[in-house]
Design a protein around this ligand. Sequence first.
Ligand code: URA
Ligand code: CA
Length: 433
Amino acid sequence: MRMVDLIEKKRDGHELSTEEIRFIVSGYTKGEIADYQMSSFLMAVFFQDMSERERADLTMAMAESGDQIDLSAIEGIKVDKHSTGGVGDTTTLVLGPLVAACGVPVAKMSGRGLGHTGGTIDKLEAIDGFHVELSTNDFIRQVNEHKLAVIGQSGNLTPADKKMYSLRDVTATVNSIPLIASSIMSKKIAAGADAIVLDVKTGEGAFMKTEEDAKKLAHAMVGIGNATGRKTMAIISDMSQPLGFAIGNALEVKEAIETLQGKGPEDLTELCLVLGSQMVVVGGKAKTLEEARAMLEDVIKDGSALEAFRQLIEDQGGNPAVVDDLSLLPQAKFVTELPAKQDGYISFMEADEIGTAAMVLGAGRATKDSVIDLSVGLVLHKKVGDFVKKGEALATIYSNTQDLAECQEMLYNSIEYSNEPVEAIQLVSALIT
Ligand code: URA
Ligand code: CA
Protein backbone atom coordinates (compact mmCIF):
# COMPACT_ATOMS: atom_id res chain seq x y z
CA MET A 1 0.00 0.00 0.00
CA ARG A 2 1.21 3.50 -0.74
CA MET A 3 0.05 6.52 1.19
CA VAL A 4 -0.11 8.67 -1.93
CA ASP A 5 -2.72 6.33 -3.46
CA LEU A 6 -4.86 6.51 -0.33
CA ILE A 7 -4.70 10.31 -0.26
CA GLU A 8 -5.81 10.34 -3.88
CA LYS A 9 -8.64 7.91 -3.18
CA LYS A 10 -10.01 10.05 -0.34
CA ARG A 11 -9.39 13.26 -2.29
CA ASP A 12 -11.63 11.90 -5.06
CA GLY A 13 -14.40 11.02 -2.63
CA HIS A 14 -14.04 7.23 -2.46
CA GLU A 15 -14.47 5.08 0.61
CA LEU A 16 -11.36 3.60 2.25
CA SER A 17 -11.29 0.01 3.47
CA THR A 18 -10.68 -1.03 7.07
CA GLU A 19 -7.17 -2.21 6.14
CA GLU A 20 -6.37 1.07 4.40
CA ILE A 21 -7.45 3.11 7.43
CA ARG A 22 -5.39 0.91 9.76
CA PHE A 23 -2.38 1.31 7.46
CA ILE A 24 -2.64 5.11 7.63
CA VAL A 25 -3.11 5.33 11.41
CA SER A 26 -0.46 2.81 12.38
CA GLY A 27 2.00 4.09 9.77
CA TYR A 28 1.63 7.65 11.00
CA THR A 29 1.89 6.66 14.67
CA LYS A 30 5.13 4.77 13.97
CA GLY A 31 6.59 7.66 12.00
CA GLU A 32 6.56 5.76 8.71
CA ILE A 33 4.15 8.24 7.13
CA ALA A 34 5.36 11.84 6.98
CA ASP A 35 3.51 14.85 8.39
CA TYR A 36 3.06 16.33 4.89
CA GLN A 37 1.25 13.25 3.65
CA MET A 38 -0.87 12.97 6.76
CA SER A 39 -1.85 16.65 6.60
CA SER A 40 -2.88 16.22 3.00
CA PHE A 41 -4.97 13.18 3.96
CA LEU A 42 -6.63 15.06 6.86
CA MET A 43 -7.54 17.91 4.50
CA ALA A 44 -9.05 15.37 2.08
CA VAL A 45 -11.19 14.02 4.95
CA PHE A 46 -12.13 17.57 5.87
CA PHE A 47 -13.62 18.11 2.39
CA GLN A 48 -14.84 14.59 1.53
CA ASP A 49 -16.06 13.40 4.95
CA MET A 50 -16.14 9.73 5.93
CA SER A 51 -18.86 7.11 5.91
CA GLU A 52 -20.15 5.76 9.21
CA ARG A 53 -18.06 2.63 8.69
CA GLU A 54 -14.90 4.60 7.94
CA ARG A 55 -15.45 6.71 11.07
CA ALA A 56 -15.78 3.59 13.22
CA ASP A 57 -12.64 2.10 11.66
CA LEU A 58 -10.69 5.30 12.21
CA THR A 59 -11.85 5.40 15.83
CA MET A 60 -10.81 1.80 16.53
CA ALA A 61 -7.47 2.23 14.76
CA MET A 62 -6.73 5.24 16.99
CA ALA A 63 -8.02 3.50 20.14
CA GLU A 64 -5.70 0.56 19.42
CA SER A 65 -2.68 2.75 18.62
CA GLY A 66 -1.35 2.63 22.20
CA ASP A 67 -2.18 1.23 25.62
CA GLN A 68 -5.78 0.27 26.35
CA ILE A 69 -7.23 0.09 29.83
CA ASP A 70 -8.75 -3.27 30.67
CA LEU A 71 -11.67 -2.79 33.05
CA SER A 72 -13.16 -6.22 32.46
CA ALA A 73 -12.57 -7.14 36.14
CA ILE A 74 -15.18 -4.51 37.09
CA GLU A 75 -18.70 -5.89 37.30
CA GLY A 76 -21.41 -4.16 35.32
CA ILE A 77 -21.45 -1.74 32.41
CA LYS A 78 -18.72 0.88 32.80
CA VAL A 79 -20.13 4.23 31.70
CA ASP A 80 -18.01 7.25 30.86
CA LYS A 81 -19.11 10.81 30.17
CA HIS A 82 -17.43 13.43 28.02
CA SER A 83 -18.07 17.15 27.59
CA THR A 84 -16.74 18.97 24.56
CA GLY A 85 -15.71 22.02 26.57
CA GLY A 86 -17.19 24.25 29.19
CA VAL A 87 -16.28 26.99 31.63
CA GLY A 88 -16.63 26.13 35.27
CA ASP A 89 -18.03 22.76 34.22
CA THR A 90 -18.56 21.07 37.55
CA THR A 91 -20.66 18.22 36.15
CA THR A 92 -18.04 15.46 36.45
CA LEU A 93 -17.67 16.05 40.20
CA VAL A 94 -21.43 15.77 40.64
CA LEU A 95 -22.18 12.99 38.15
CA GLY A 96 -19.68 10.44 39.50
CA PRO A 97 -21.26 10.16 42.96
CA LEU A 98 -24.76 10.73 41.57
CA VAL A 99 -24.81 7.79 39.18
CA ALA A 100 -22.63 5.59 41.41
CA ALA A 101 -25.37 5.96 44.04
CA CYS A 102 -27.76 4.45 41.45
CA GLY A 103 -25.48 1.41 41.05
CA VAL A 104 -23.67 2.41 37.84
CA PRO A 105 -19.93 1.67 38.13
CA VAL A 106 -17.83 4.78 37.45
CA ALA A 107 -14.14 4.09 36.80
CA LYS A 108 -13.00 7.59 35.96
CA MET A 109 -9.68 8.39 34.44
CA SER A 110 -9.11 12.11 34.54
CA GLY A 111 -6.52 14.69 33.69
CA ARG A 112 -5.23 18.04 34.80
CA GLY A 113 -5.01 19.87 31.53
CA LEU A 114 -4.82 23.49 30.59
CA GLY A 115 -7.65 25.94 30.85
CA HIS A 116 -9.65 28.33 32.93
CA THR A 117 -9.66 26.07 35.96
CA GLY A 118 -7.88 22.84 36.67
CA GLY A 119 -9.17 19.47 35.52
CA THR A 120 -11.26 17.14 37.66
CA ILE A 121 -8.14 15.88 39.44
CA ASP A 122 -6.97 19.37 40.41
CA LYS A 123 -10.42 20.09 41.76
CA LEU A 124 -10.50 16.92 43.85
CA GLU A 125 -7.05 17.73 45.20
CA ALA A 126 -8.56 20.83 46.77
CA ILE A 127 -9.80 18.30 49.36
CA ASP A 128 -7.06 17.88 51.96
CA GLY A 129 -5.23 14.56 51.48
CA PHE A 130 -7.10 13.43 48.35
CA HIS A 131 -4.84 11.55 45.96
CA VAL A 132 -5.36 9.84 42.60
CA GLU A 133 -2.29 7.60 42.55
CA LEU A 134 -4.02 4.22 42.82
CA SER A 135 -2.66 0.89 41.63
CA THR A 136 -4.80 -0.74 38.95
CA ASN A 137 -5.82 -3.42 41.45
CA ASP A 138 -6.93 -0.89 44.06
CA PHE A 139 -8.76 1.12 41.41
CA ILE A 140 -10.71 -1.94 40.28
CA ARG A 141 -11.40 -3.14 43.84
CA GLN A 142 -12.69 0.31 44.83
CA VAL A 143 -15.10 0.46 41.88
CA ASN A 144 -16.36 -3.05 42.62
CA GLU A 145 -16.90 -2.20 46.30
CA HIS A 146 -18.13 1.40 46.15
CA LYS A 147 -18.94 1.97 42.43
CA LEU A 148 -16.67 5.01 42.16
CA ALA A 149 -12.95 5.75 41.80
CA VAL A 150 -10.90 8.47 40.11
CA ILE A 151 -7.41 7.81 38.83
CA GLY A 152 -4.83 10.03 37.11
CA GLN A 153 -4.03 9.45 33.46
CA SER A 154 -1.24 6.94 33.04
CA GLY A 155 0.12 4.91 30.20
CA ASN A 156 0.34 5.91 26.59
CA LEU A 157 -3.30 6.15 25.50
CA THR A 158 -4.15 6.94 21.85
CA PRO A 159 -0.74 8.22 20.65
CA ALA A 160 -2.25 8.40 17.13
CA ASP A 161 -4.78 10.95 18.34
CA LYS A 162 -2.11 13.04 20.08
CA LYS A 163 -0.01 13.20 16.93
CA MET A 164 -2.94 13.80 14.61
CA TYR A 165 -4.42 16.47 16.86
CA SER A 166 -1.14 18.43 16.92
CA LEU A 167 -1.01 18.27 13.16
CA ARG A 168 -4.68 19.28 12.75
CA ASP A 169 -4.08 22.23 15.04
CA VAL A 170 -1.60 23.78 12.57
CA THR A 171 -3.23 22.66 9.30
CA ALA A 172 -6.75 24.07 9.75
CA THR A 173 -8.30 20.60 10.06
CA VAL A 174 -9.53 20.65 13.67
CA ASN A 175 -13.09 21.56 12.78
CA SER A 176 -14.05 18.39 10.95
CA ILE A 177 -16.89 16.26 12.27
CA PRO A 178 -15.43 12.82 11.43
CA LEU A 179 -12.05 13.85 12.87
CA ILE A 180 -13.43 15.35 16.10
CA ALA A 181 -15.84 12.46 16.61
CA SER A 182 -13.21 9.75 16.13
CA SER A 183 -10.71 11.65 18.30
CA ILE A 184 -13.11 11.87 21.24
CA MET A 185 -14.53 8.35 20.90
CA SER A 186 -11.09 6.71 20.53
CA LYS A 187 -9.99 8.15 23.87
CA LYS A 188 -13.13 6.93 25.68
CA ILE A 189 -12.80 3.44 24.17
CA ALA A 190 -9.08 3.20 24.99
CA ALA A 191 -9.91 4.19 28.59
CA GLY A 192 -12.17 1.15 28.87
CA ALA A 193 -15.70 2.55 28.49
CA ASP A 194 -18.48 0.06 27.67
CA ALA A 195 -21.03 2.85 27.26
CA ILE A 196 -20.63 6.57 26.68
CA VAL A 197 -22.65 9.74 27.30
CA LEU A 198 -21.65 12.92 25.49
CA ASP A 199 -22.38 16.53 26.31
CA VAL A 200 -21.88 18.42 23.06
CA LYS A 201 -21.61 22.14 23.71
CA THR A 202 -22.79 24.90 21.41
CA GLY A 203 -22.38 28.62 21.39
CA GLU A 204 -19.58 31.13 21.48
CA GLY A 205 -16.31 29.43 22.44
CA ALA A 206 -17.50 25.89 21.57
CA PHE A 207 -16.09 23.82 18.68
CA MET A 208 -19.56 23.74 17.19
CA LYS A 209 -20.96 27.26 17.02
CA THR A 210 -24.35 26.31 15.66
CA GLU A 211 -26.97 23.93 16.90
CA GLU A 212 -27.02 22.22 13.51
CA ASP A 213 -23.29 21.41 13.58
CA ALA A 214 -23.49 20.31 17.21
CA LYS A 215 -26.23 17.86 16.27
CA LYS A 216 -24.16 16.50 13.41
CA LEU A 217 -21.22 15.94 15.78
CA ALA A 218 -23.47 14.27 18.35
CA HIS A 219 -24.99 11.97 15.72
CA ALA A 220 -21.51 11.15 14.41
CA MET A 221 -20.36 10.05 17.87
CA VAL A 222 -23.53 8.08 18.62
CA GLY A 223 -23.09 6.39 15.22
CA ILE A 224 -19.50 5.42 16.08
CA GLY A 225 -20.61 4.15 19.50
CA ASN A 226 -23.29 1.94 17.98
CA ALA A 227 -20.94 0.65 15.27
CA THR A 228 -18.28 -0.30 17.83
CA GLY A 229 -20.60 -1.95 20.35
CA ARG A 230 -20.62 0.89 22.93
CA LYS A 231 -24.10 2.09 23.75
CA THR A 232 -23.88 5.86 23.33
CA MET A 233 -26.23 8.78 23.96
CA ALA A 234 -25.70 12.53 23.69
CA ILE A 235 -27.20 15.88 24.51
CA ILE A 236 -26.68 19.33 23.04
CA SER A 237 -26.20 21.99 25.69
CA ASP A 238 -25.44 25.70 25.72
CA MET A 239 -22.05 27.00 26.80
CA SER A 240 -22.36 30.60 25.82
CA GLN A 241 -22.50 31.47 29.52
CA PRO A 242 -20.77 29.61 32.39
CA LEU A 243 -22.55 26.66 33.95
CA GLY A 244 -23.49 27.04 37.60
CA PHE A 245 -22.12 29.98 39.54
CA ALA A 246 -18.65 28.87 40.66
CA ILE A 247 -15.49 28.97 38.53
CA GLY A 248 -12.42 27.86 40.42
CA ASN A 249 -11.23 24.63 41.98
CA ALA A 250 -12.23 24.66 45.68
CA LEU A 251 -15.23 26.83 44.77
CA GLU A 252 -16.45 24.17 42.33
CA VAL A 253 -15.97 21.39 44.88
CA LYS A 254 -18.18 23.40 47.22
CA GLU A 255 -20.74 23.86 44.45
CA ALA A 256 -20.64 20.14 43.64
CA ILE A 257 -21.27 19.22 47.30
CA GLU A 258 -24.18 21.66 47.46
CA THR A 259 -25.60 20.17 44.25
CA LEU A 260 -25.35 16.65 45.69
CA GLN A 261 -27.23 18.00 48.72
CA GLY A 262 -29.98 19.25 46.43
CA LYS A 263 -29.04 22.89 47.03
CA GLY A 264 -27.03 23.58 43.88
CA PRO A 265 -27.60 26.06 41.05
CA GLU A 266 -30.63 25.25 38.93
CA ASP A 267 -28.78 24.95 35.60
CA LEU A 268 -26.00 22.72 36.96
CA THR A 269 -28.55 20.52 38.73
CA GLU A 270 -30.66 20.19 35.60
CA LEU A 271 -27.67 19.33 33.39
CA CYS A 272 -26.53 16.67 35.88
CA LEU A 273 -30.02 15.15 35.97
CA VAL A 274 -30.25 15.04 32.17
CA LEU A 275 -26.76 13.58 31.64
CA GLY A 276 -27.10 11.34 34.69
CA SER A 277 -30.37 9.91 33.34
CA GLN A 278 -28.64 8.90 30.12
CA MET A 279 -25.75 7.37 32.10
CA VAL A 280 -28.15 5.31 34.22
CA VAL A 281 -29.99 4.08 31.09
CA VAL A 282 -26.85 3.16 29.07
CA GLY A 283 -25.49 1.62 32.30
CA GLY A 284 -28.50 -0.71 32.30
CA LYS A 285 -29.92 0.41 35.65
CA ALA A 286 -33.15 1.90 34.25
CA LYS A 287 -35.25 1.28 31.15
CA THR A 288 -36.32 4.83 30.43
CA LEU A 289 -34.91 8.30 30.96
CA GLU A 290 -37.92 9.14 33.17
CA GLU A 291 -37.31 6.15 35.42
CA ALA A 292 -33.60 7.05 35.62
CA ARG A 293 -34.35 10.66 36.52
CA ALA A 294 -36.63 9.61 39.37
CA MET A 295 -33.81 7.38 40.72
CA LEU A 296 -31.36 10.29 40.59
CA GLU A 297 -33.78 12.63 42.35
CA ASP A 298 -34.25 9.98 45.04
CA VAL A 299 -30.54 9.53 45.74
CA ILE A 300 -30.16 13.29 46.12
CA LYS A 301 -33.13 13.45 48.50
CA ASP A 302 -32.17 10.50 50.68
CA GLY A 303 -28.52 11.58 50.97
CA SER A 304 -26.98 8.58 49.22
CA ALA A 305 -25.47 10.68 46.41
CA LEU A 306 -23.65 12.82 48.97
CA GLU A 307 -22.68 9.64 50.83
CA ALA A 308 -21.08 8.28 47.62
CA PHE A 309 -18.94 11.43 47.43
CA ARG A 310 -17.98 11.08 51.11
CA GLN A 311 -17.00 7.45 50.45
CA LEU A 312 -14.88 8.44 47.43
CA ILE A 313 -13.02 11.01 49.53
CA GLU A 314 -12.44 8.50 52.32
CA ASP A 315 -11.30 5.76 49.90
CA GLN A 316 -8.74 8.08 48.30
CA GLY A 317 -7.14 9.51 51.43
CA GLY A 318 -9.05 12.80 51.71
CA ASN A 319 -10.73 14.31 54.74
CA PRO A 320 -14.41 13.29 54.39
CA ALA A 321 -15.48 15.88 56.99
CA VAL A 322 -15.35 18.41 54.15
CA VAL A 323 -18.81 17.37 52.95
CA ASP A 324 -20.30 18.63 56.23
CA ASP A 325 -17.94 21.54 56.75
CA LEU A 326 -17.16 23.45 53.57
CA SER A 327 -14.82 25.82 55.47
CA LEU A 328 -12.27 22.95 55.42
CA LEU A 329 -11.68 23.70 51.72
CA PRO A 330 -8.80 26.08 50.80
CA GLN A 331 -9.92 29.66 51.41
CA ALA A 332 -8.74 32.74 49.51
CA LYS A 333 -7.41 35.71 51.53
CA PHE A 334 -9.51 38.38 49.84
CA VAL A 335 -13.21 38.35 49.00
CA THR A 336 -14.29 41.26 46.80
CA GLU A 337 -17.63 42.03 45.21
CA LEU A 338 -17.91 43.27 41.65
CA PRO A 339 -20.61 45.97 41.53
CA ALA A 340 -22.69 46.52 38.37
CA LYS A 341 -21.95 49.84 36.68
CA GLN A 342 -25.47 50.24 35.33
CA ASP A 343 -29.08 49.00 35.54
CA GLY A 344 -30.35 46.54 32.96
CA TYR A 345 -31.22 43.05 31.90
CA ILE A 346 -28.17 40.88 31.27
CA SER A 347 -28.27 39.90 27.61
CA PHE A 348 -24.89 38.20 27.21
CA MET A 349 -22.16 36.76 29.43
CA GLU A 350 -19.15 35.56 27.48
CA ALA A 351 -18.17 32.25 29.08
CA ASP A 352 -14.64 32.18 27.69
CA GLU A 353 -13.78 35.66 28.89
CA ILE A 354 -15.18 34.96 32.36
CA GLY A 355 -13.15 31.74 32.48
CA THR A 356 -10.03 33.69 31.58
CA ALA A 357 -10.78 36.21 34.35
CA ALA A 358 -10.70 33.26 36.80
CA MET A 359 -7.47 32.01 35.23
CA VAL A 360 -5.66 35.32 35.73
CA LEU A 361 -6.43 34.99 39.46
CA GLY A 362 -4.54 31.67 39.34
CA ALA A 363 -7.47 29.23 39.08
CA GLY A 364 -6.20 27.62 35.88
CA ARG A 365 -3.03 26.88 33.95
CA ALA A 366 -1.96 29.15 31.12
CA THR A 367 0.93 26.79 30.31
CA LYS A 368 1.49 23.22 31.44
CA ASP A 369 4.05 24.33 34.04
CA SER A 370 1.80 26.94 35.71
CA VAL A 371 0.96 26.31 39.34
CA ILE A 372 -2.73 26.40 40.23
CA ASP A 373 -4.06 28.26 43.26
CA LEU A 374 -6.89 25.98 44.37
CA SER A 375 -8.52 28.60 46.61
CA VAL A 376 -9.20 31.36 44.07
CA GLY A 377 -11.91 32.00 41.49
CA LEU A 378 -15.26 33.60 40.90
CA VAL A 379 -18.82 33.10 42.03
CA LEU A 380 -21.37 34.69 39.70
CA HIS A 381 -24.59 36.13 41.10
CA LYS A 382 -26.36 36.80 37.81
CA LYS A 383 -27.08 34.95 34.60
CA VAL A 384 -28.44 35.94 31.20
CA GLY A 385 -32.04 37.12 31.61
CA ASP A 386 -31.54 38.48 35.16
CA PHE A 387 -32.19 42.13 35.96
CA VAL A 388 -29.40 43.93 37.80
CA LYS A 389 -29.39 47.30 39.55
CA LYS A 390 -26.40 49.63 39.45
CA GLY A 391 -24.17 48.85 42.44
CA GLU A 392 -25.58 45.36 42.93
CA ALA A 393 -22.98 42.56 42.97
CA LEU A 394 -22.54 40.78 39.63
CA ALA A 395 -20.00 38.39 41.07
CA THR A 396 -17.73 37.76 44.04
CA ILE A 397 -13.99 37.50 43.39
CA TYR A 398 -11.94 35.18 45.61
CA SER A 399 -8.24 36.07 45.36
CA ASN A 400 -4.90 36.03 47.11
CA THR A 401 -3.94 39.40 45.71
CA GLN A 402 -5.56 42.82 46.00
CA ASP A 403 -4.51 43.75 42.49
CA LEU A 404 -7.72 42.82 40.68
CA ALA A 405 -7.69 45.37 37.87
CA GLU A 406 -7.15 42.88 35.02
CA CYS A 407 -9.72 40.42 36.34
CA GLN A 408 -12.32 43.14 36.95
CA GLU A 409 -11.85 44.63 33.51
CA MET A 410 -12.30 41.24 31.86
CA LEU A 411 -15.48 40.62 33.83
CA TYR A 412 -16.97 43.99 32.96
CA ASN A 413 -16.09 43.44 29.28
CA SER A 414 -17.72 40.01 29.26
CA ILE A 415 -21.19 41.27 30.20
CA GLU A 416 -23.70 43.03 27.95
CA TYR A 417 -27.00 44.66 28.94
CA SER A 418 -30.36 45.37 27.42
CA ASN A 419 -33.11 47.76 28.52
CA GLU A 420 -35.75 45.26 27.45
CA PRO A 421 -36.41 41.97 29.23
CA VAL A 422 -34.23 39.14 27.91
CA GLU A 423 -35.23 35.48 27.85
CA ALA A 424 -33.14 33.05 29.86
CA ILE A 425 -31.02 30.72 27.72
CA GLN A 426 -32.34 27.23 27.16
CA LEU A 427 -29.68 24.95 28.61
CA VAL A 428 -30.41 21.60 26.96
CA SER A 429 -31.69 21.89 23.40
CA ALA A 430 -31.69 18.29 22.19
CA LEU A 431 -31.38 14.69 23.33
CA ILE A 432 -29.81 12.18 20.95
CA THR A 433 -30.45 8.58 21.92
N1 URA B 1 -11.62 17.35 21.42
C1 URA B 1 -10.94 16.23 21.11
O1 URA B 1 -10.62 15.44 21.99
N2 URA B 1 -10.61 16.01 19.84
C2 URA B 1 -10.91 16.85 18.84
O2 URA B 1 -10.58 16.58 17.72
C3 URA B 1 -11.61 18.03 19.18
C4 URA B 1 -11.96 18.23 20.46
CA1 CA C 1 -19.55 25.85 37.85
